[in-house]
Write a protein that binds this ligand. Sequence first.
Ligand code: SME
Length: 148
Amino acid sequence: MVEQLEALLAGERDLIANAANLAALIYHGLPDLNWAGFYFRQGGELVLGPFQGKPACVRIPLGSGVCGTAALRAATVLVPDVHEFPGHIACDPASRSELVVPLLESGEVLGVLDLDSPLVGRFDEVDQTGCERLAALYVDHHRSPGQR
Ligand code: SME
């Protein structure tokens, strides 16, 4: 999937277009997902970006839900059962487990990559490491050459 993302990103620097393709790559490439997509940080909240799946909540305050928690902590949050996560925001009631990876650039949170599954315990450390790699590749691709 990393190789597929490298091929998709090649020669294109538009943040939204590349996020849309990454969301589609993940959604159709990984089994048992009902949502995959992005939220981008605007000040104190996360705003919905490109995604695949059912319509979702548009704005999430930092610190709220799984996405807002990952953004506030600047760390990945893996939730085996969303019913056990206090404050989980149920955009699609079918979602039972969730993996949220922050988009980090020099320690700053640009947004999050969010994956939802209708299965309890769908995500493991392999999914986490893989998604962190995809998120890092996505962020790194859009850094200007002077920042590298
Ligand atoms: N469940 C998320 C909200 C986003 S949707 O899953 C797409 C949360 O608790 O942050």
